[in-house]
Design a binder for this molecule. Structure first.
Ligand code: C5P
Length: 214
């Protein structure tokens, strides 16, 4: 009876018709959550930035490109969702100006001004409506302190932290090393495992939260 809204993949922030700023996210972690949640019987809406992964079976896939498109798609589907899992690596900034024509090279250096993108999960956290919200934190330093701070400020129920410096963790890999932090501050540290298995461990924790609510 649950409806999962899952976001996955990177966003692309264009500054002219042929170029954009993005990151190394593959979408694998979010797709794994979507696949496993569907296998457990949930209805799943997957809002995905550009990814080369095949669309999961029996999941409603909404393809987006920029952070603003992702925000609009999330807001459109939010009412239906009882659980939100935000695995997407949303670009924090976008180019302030998007040129209509391809930028020409000129002698000397060049700069692109950036402006802030909307923080999608913070917006959802501010208007929770009883929903369970799970975020991700990928860091290269001070992982746990940063993750705890994000859980608080963005009003999440769980945050899944992964450290880019750890072998087998992070972008592109089939595996991950995750820590799941809850609102009490307790940390579940899991060993290296496949992203599918990691998704199942996250879903086990979501299930506990759902059962505690009934
Ligand atoms: O970027 P940050 O480390 O703060 O991301 C933590 C969480 O916030 C992730 O779950 C990510 O999907 C979400 N996020 C978002 N909108 C942004 C930036 C991050 O929803 N603009």
């Amino acid at each position: 009876g649950e409806t999962f809204l899952v976001t996955a993949g990177p966003t692309r922030e264009p500054f002219d018709p042929v170029r954009f700023i993005t990151n190394h996210s593959s979408g694998k972690m979010g797709y794994a959550v979507a696949i496993m949640a569907r296998r457990r019987g949930a209805r799943v809406i997957l809002i995905s930035g550009p990814s080369s992964l095949p669309p999961p079976m029996d999941v409603q896939l909404v393809a987006v490109s920029s952070a603003r498109e992702m925000r609009d798609a999330v807001m459109r589907h939010l009412d239906a969702a009882t659980v939100v899992v935000k695995a997407a690596a949303v670009a924090d900034y976008r180019p302030a100006v998007q040129a209509r024509q391809k930028l020409k090279k000129k002698p000397g250096p060049m700069a692109i001004e950036l402006e802030r993108n909307p923080d999608i999960i913070a917006e959802i956290g501010a208007n929770k409506n009883g929903r369970i919200i799970v975020g991700f934190a990928m860091e290269t330093e001070d992982l746990l302190e940063n993750a705890r701070a994000k859980l608080e400020t963005k009003n999440m129920d769980l945050i899944v932290a992964n450290d880019l410096q750890e072998a087998g963790a992070g972008f592109q890999n089939e595996t991950n090393v995750i820590r799941i932090i809850d609102r009490e501050g307790s940390i579940e540290s899991l060993p290296l495992m496949s992203k599918m298995e990691a998704a199942n461990r996250i879903l086990d924790r979501i299930k506990c939260l759902l059962m505690a609510k009934t």
